[in-house]
Write a protein that binds this ligand. Sequence first.
Ligand code: 6PG
Length: 238
Amino acid sequence: MTQFLVCRDADRLALAAADLFAKLARDAIAQRQRFAVALAGGSTPRPAYGLLAEEPLSGRIDWPRVEVFWGDERCVPPSHPDSNYRMTRRALLDRVPIPGGNVHRVRGELPPEEAAAHYRLELQMVMGGGGRFDLILLGMGTDGHTASLFPETAVLNDEECSFVAVYVERMGSWRLTLTLPTINAARHVVFLVSGESKAEALARVWSGERLPAALVQPAEGELMWLVDRDAAAGLVPG
Ligand code: 6PG
């Protein structure tokens, strides 16, 4: 099932996302004693991460039972300003009592293919074969990419691997990303989309254009779009 929630502004989007994260964590831990989540990079999710690091939400989450992964990473060291790991450490992980062994960093400092192979092994070890994420948080770019699944890249057709390295021509750089089969196996996938710069891409996705973000269709999971009014501007008829 796909749900679509339009929030008045970016602050309320962050609050809705943080509340949902805490609820899904509580439910997963109650049912399976673990909450396996893949965090999104970029700038949109950062305010929500900050809310999760503060009361009242932080105290509602049993952090030692949370396993943190990333949906994608740039091919940079963890200290690099572009690192998604660095952003989420500073916004959230350094501020909550999550054990170090529960934080599964993508080793962006390694050669891309080696980093991807290492992460596939880590996913296999922690999640087990066929393991499903309880939650995958995703953003969306102005071109409709999500994670590091960019338009017209071969990775969109990868049915074999859980996590791969991909050279993104339009960015002139390597990226590391979960693949669609892994994303679509998740129990819950939540897009966070904010700002008028995303309105055109969101309208294209919503109209059925097969942009990468539109290919996220969890087979047996729940899909939710949390957007703000500016991002939804292209969806309002007239
Ligand atoms: C990344 C993200 C990427 C991001 C979108 C939106 O590594 O950058 O995974 O997919 O979610 O580009 O980015 P913003 O939230 O900064 O607009």
